[in-house]
Design a protein around this ligand. Structure first.
Ligand code: SAM
Length: 279
């Protein structure tokens, strides 16, 4: 999938300015943001980029503060480039170790995940993945039926399998992520991970005990009703891929409309991974 990269320069560099721009871009389908020294970068799949709409949406801030941006077309960006060129195993909470195929195993960790990320997101190094893994370690997933929405490399589904979930449905709309989940599940002998390629329309009419959804604020809002339909009463849903301010309150409000109530959240940098329970 080709992407457009918008490189923003903010003259005053105030956090709220960046938040306003990111918020507006999120509404236009931008799904990945990266902070830089002088502003931030925003990415969107090439087919959903419309420069006219971006300029129109951002024009309301023209008089409030100074910013500019340049547009780059990124053919099939490898999101894990840095990680791949500098492969270092990482660990979460002293319990899970994530490594590449060529690293030696380390028996000190109860769970080990071998990831070959290729072009998919999910090596454990991103704060949102780390926090989601931490939630999984704290939960009791033994015997649970789990949905991993936006599975990327399949890293969360694989961990859910390792901690004893009975079956995990792992969905991603990106064909390379879907294939990556299949490959990584095999690599980790997680035979109970069922990968499906698609978006909310392919979520089975089932009742999940637990849902893991690390995507981004706008996709989560768009899919919230469906999550409410397929999560069992008293089931738990974990959301990540958004910021504490202003996103968490917006997620709480929308989840509440579909019977899912906020319990707690973890925070790393400004990223959030929140736990909700269905009434
Ligand atoms: C932030 S990554 C999370 C990957 C992995 N679950 C993790 O925690 O590291 C979000 C994933 O959601 C997928 N995604 C984005 N929009 C989606 C949609 N509408 N339906 C399904 N998957 C989507 C992306 O392709 C990407 O793999």
């Amino acid at each position: 999938m080709n992407y457009y990269e918008l490189v923003f320069t903010l003259t005053d560099g105030e956090d709220y300015q960046q938040d306003l721009l990111i918020d507006a871009l999120g509404g236009l389908g931008f799904d990945t943001f990266e902070e830089t020294e002088i502003g931030f970068k925003a990415y969107t799949p090439a087919e959903s980029f419309d420069k006219y709409k971006v300029d129109e949406a951002l024009s309301e801030y023209d008089d409030m503060f100074t910013f500019n941006y340049e547009v780059n077309l990124i053919p099939q960006k490898n999101w894990n480039e840095e990680w791949e060129s500098n492969f270092q195993p990482m660990q979460v909470d002293g319990k899970v170790r994530i490594r590449a195929t060529f690293h030696p195993t380390d028996p000190a960790y109860p769970y080990e995940i071998v990831i070959d990320p290729k072009m998919a997101f999910g090596t454990g190094h991103h704060e949102t993945t780390t926090m989601m893994m931490s939630h999984i370690l704290e939960a009791d997933l033994a015997g649970k039926y789990v949905l991993d929405m936006g599975c990327g490399t399949g890293i969360l589904a694989i961990l859910a399998s390792k901690v004893g979930a009975s079956e995990i449905v792992a969905i991603d709309y990106d064909p390379l992520s879907y294939e990556s989940t299949i490959e990584n599940s095999k690599l980790n002998k997680a035979d109970n991970v069922l990968a499906i390629c698609g978006s909310k329309d392919v979520i089975p009419d089932a009742h999940f005990d637990t849902i893991l959804a690390n995507i981004n604020r706008n996709i989560l809002l768009d899919q919230m009703q469906r999550y409410g339909e397929v999560l069992k009463p008293e089931g738990t849903i974990y959301f990540s891929g958004f910021y504490e301010t202003p996103d968490l309150d917006i997620i709480k409000e929308e989840a509440g409309k579909h019977g899912m109530n906020y319990i707690e959240h973890k925070k790393m940098k400004d990223w959030v991974a929140a736990r909700f329970v269905k009434a």
